[in-house]
Design a protein around this ligand. Sequence first.
Ligand SMILES: Cc1cc2nc3c(=O)[nH]c(=O)nc-3n(C[C@H](O)[C@H](O)[C@H](O)COP(=O)(O)O)c2cc1C
Length: 308
Amino acid sequence: MLEIQFAPLQGYTDAAYRRFHNEIYGNSIGCYFSPFVRVEKGNVRNKDLKDILPEKNEGITLVPQIIVNSVNEFNILVDSIVSLGYSQIDINMGCPFPLQTGKGRGAGLLSRIDVVKALMTEVRNCQEVSFSIKMRLGLNNCNESHELLPILNSTPLKQIVIHPRIGRQQYKGNVDNCTFEHLYNEITHPIIYNGDILEVEDIYNIASRYPRLAGIMIGRGLLAAPSMAMEYKQGISLDKEQKLSLFLKLHEKLFHHYSCILQGDAQLLMKMKTVWDYQEGSIGHKALKTIKKSTTIAKYQAAVSAIQ
Ligand SMILES: Cc1cc2nc3c(=O)[nH]c(=O)nc-3n(C[C@H](O)[C@H](O)[C@H](O)COP(=O)(O)O)c2cc1C
């Protein structure tokens, strides 16, 4: 049985979501990755740091992720994450957003071989932390990842997560399993597959196609079907009502949490609407539209009650 890791999803998988997900869906996730922590004006971005505080992530295994374009940024982030007590850090080499890639971060790092070399030297010298990498095949083409192979293979790494798309594709188009297979055969580190896993059957298919995988990382598929890892791990299959009932429990906890920490109804409403972003498949277009169009908390709650 493969380990299932929860992918980092900026705007969705914050500390509250991770903790409640773990509580409701029975410890089915091997580890949760934080959305990337980044440097802002020479320091760690405060909002990012707050999200990874150990006291806000109790009960789960959290791997903080960083996004960097230089050794300087790397050191700023690693120092403060280590001071929180973490001993594993993930390096983002996959973010496709032009705001990051344009500054040489995320997938924009993949073609900057000298910077990757310098970062890997830091990784080698940093004894107290084990590092992992989450990467795409390239920003503009797959050759970028091929060229990194010798550097990656000669650096001690806990694992490499591969999302088999190039940055230019963003999240669209087909995954490139042919290039994935090449990397899977050439990389000497444990490999985690990530991309377009939407149901338990997909986990079995990938596992049998790549028998040496160390695990599977799932993002949007788990937002849409948060019980997927639990069903896979426990070998059970929940019906529609059971899934909805668990999701509403998650929703209730998130609602209570955000109503305590957010200022005012407008903020709460905006945040709560995002909880439904990937639920069209389970509640239908009409119910989703009613939730999204609600203009007050009372209307929002009525729209949610209507789907029960
Ligand atoms: C809204 C959104 C936010 C994301 N944020 C991050 C992030 O902070 N760090 C990261 O490495 N990947 C991020 N990703 C990429 C996902 O972790 C994942 O690699 C991608 O969605 C493909 O996997 P999936 O098909 O299972 O969702 C994000 C993706 C989405 C859609």
